[in-house]
Write a protein that binds this ligand. Structure first.
Ligand SMILES: Nc1ncnc2c1ncn2[C@@H]1O[C@H](COP(=O)(O)OP(=O)(O)OP(=O)(O)O)[C@@H](O)[C@H]1O
Length: 466
């Protein structure tokens, strides 16, 4: 098994937009494949019955590409093991159902939902695991045929040998032991003919030669069932790593069904791919270095043994930290594009590079850049209460001197400030705050030496005349 080429996979069901929990699973699989110079496979776990799966499939592919989590095998990328959408693999699953039936390892079950529900309740009341009683196990082929002929619907159940254990070494959670007595015979094909999710999932992992399955721990209880299936079919087993789920502030796992914030929404407000990647790679996983890293470095230093088992809590403040880091690290031209049309319309082309560098340290989103662009390049200055107080405290003579210095020396903040300092004997906060307040309308913001030349003498003169 270990001699097979290293391959991980991400196998989402396109039932909604991906959220940070799903993407973290994709990221870990991507990083591990990249680190091992192996393959990162994408498989769509859709079924024909799913609504809108085409739309969501395209959306999740776009999300992955946007984050740079590019798959080397799967839809569009191609590969030897396609098709890569489960809705197109019906004939493959059929073949394996037949194989299991002909070996006597699967049998038709005619028990109705109602009957099964009663049996489950009875078992639970008697403190027994609610596993299938085995009622249809012993049906003779003739009897089964007769019932089919009468048009009775049947599921297909996988036969599980009693009194055994299924064991595997989980790469995150350690040794896992399950008793087959708790599992019981389980449904692998529903009565409408559709295969059970974990059946397709296991068969596909084996046929697509996946060697390591990294997925949310919500799948942990599927694993012994999948191992039993693969063993019965003589198919290779992957290694497994079940990672803690990402939970929201309420402690509940992020989920498409409960409307968790989607990657698409984060992209729309201006979150940057390296911010999301740096944040998620550290969510429940630790690196030695806390520095901002590109995907290559995140991959190089990723370590499965450093994954925590506790639920990973989504923390927006942490994501914001990495967003600011990403803004600081972005190439200037990319940052300008990211700022968007509204900023581009306000900032003169020949000042864009200076503007970008001046505000880079003070923005987290394009909306922040727009605010600074309005302050610097329009006459609509909104002066905050604190700024107005600082200006009042400095008094009109302070500003008369500042205006005079501006006329004499131009938009050179250092010289203007130095002149005011000498002439009015003020320094530190009492010098810089009123100047900043008048010129920007705020007490915090970009470095004045960079921003004043962009504001220009004319606009600065008016602002110092307040
Ligand atoms: N909250 C979460 N935290 C971490 N991983 C998650 C979370 N929710 C789903 N995953 C993982 O994302 C991968 C893709 O899952 P899939 O698209 O089937 O979503 P799902 O399990 O149906 O989740 P959802 O509840 O969001 O629909 C799986 O490995 C799953 O374990």
């Amino acid at each position: 098994m270990t001699s097979r080429p290293f391959k991980t996979r991400f196998a989402p069901s396109p039932t909604g937009l991906l959220h940070l929990g799903n993407i973290r699973t994709a990221l870990f699989n991507f990083l591990l494949a990249r680190q091992a110079r192996g393959t990162f496979l994408l498989r769509l776990e859709d079924t024909d019955a799913m609504r809108g799966h085409e739309k969501y499939a395209r959306a999740l592919e776009a999300d992955l590409r946007w984050l740079g989590l590019v798959w080397n095998e799967g839809p569009e990328a191609g590969g030897r093991h396609g098709p890569y959408a489960q809705s197109e693999r019906g004939s493959v699953y059929k073949e394996y159902f037949t194989a299991l039936e002909s070996k006597g390892q699967a049998y038709p079950c005619f028990c109705s939902e109602h009957e099964l529900a009663i049996a489950r309740k009875t078992a639970l009341a008697a403190h027994r695991p609610p596993r299938y009683s085995g009622k249809c196990r012993a049906l003779s082929p003739q009897e089964a045929q007769a019932r089919f002929a009468r048009g009775e619907p049947a599921t297909l159940r996988f036969r599980v040998e009693e009194g055994k254990t299924v064991e595997f070494e989980d790469k995150v959670r350690g040794r896992q032991v399950f008793s087959t007595d708790d599992i019981g015979d389980y449904v692998i094909r529903r009565s409408d003919g559709t295969p059970a999710f974990f059946f397709c999932n296991a068969i596909d992992d084996a046929l697509m030669e996946v060697t390591l399955v990294v997925r949310g721990e919500d799948h942990l209880t599927n694993t012994p069932r999948q191992i039993l299936l693969l063993q019965a079919l003589g198919l290779p087993l992957p290694a497994y790593a079940h990672i803690a789920l990402v939970v929201g502030a309420d402690g509940a796992p992020l989920s498409k069904r409960t409307g968790s914030k989607s990657i698409e929404e984060l992209r729309a407000v201006g979150y940057l791919p390296p911010a999301i990647n740096n944040y998620l790679a550290r969510l429940g996983h630790t690196y030695d270095a806390n520095a901002f890293m590109n995907l290559e470095a995140l991959a190089e230093n990723f370590d499965l043994s450093r994954l925590g088992r506790a639920p990973a809590r989504y923390d927006e403040a942490q994501l914001m930290h990495w967003q600011r880091e990403a803004v600081l690290h972005l190439p200037s031209t990319t940052l300008q594009e990211w700022m968007g049309d509204a900023v581009q319309a306000l900032v003169p082309a020949d000042s864009f590079a200076e503007f970008t560098e001046a505000v880079r340290g003070n923005i987290s989103f394009p909306a922040d850049a727009l605010r600074w662009a309005r302050i610097v390049f329009t006459d609509k200055l909104v002066v905050s209460h604190a700024a107005r107080e600082a200006m009042m405290a400095a008094g009109p003579e302070f500003f008369a001197t500042a205006r005079q210095a501006l006329e004499t020396h131009g938009a050179n903040f250092k010289v203007v400030a130095e002149t005011v300092k000498q002439a009015r004997s003020v320094s530190g906060k009492s010098l810089f705050q009123p100047l900043r307040a008048a010129l920007l309308g705020e007490l915090d913001g970009p470095e004045m030496a960079r921003i004043l030349p962009l504001i220009g003498v004319e606009r600065a003169r008016k602002r110092l005349s307040l």
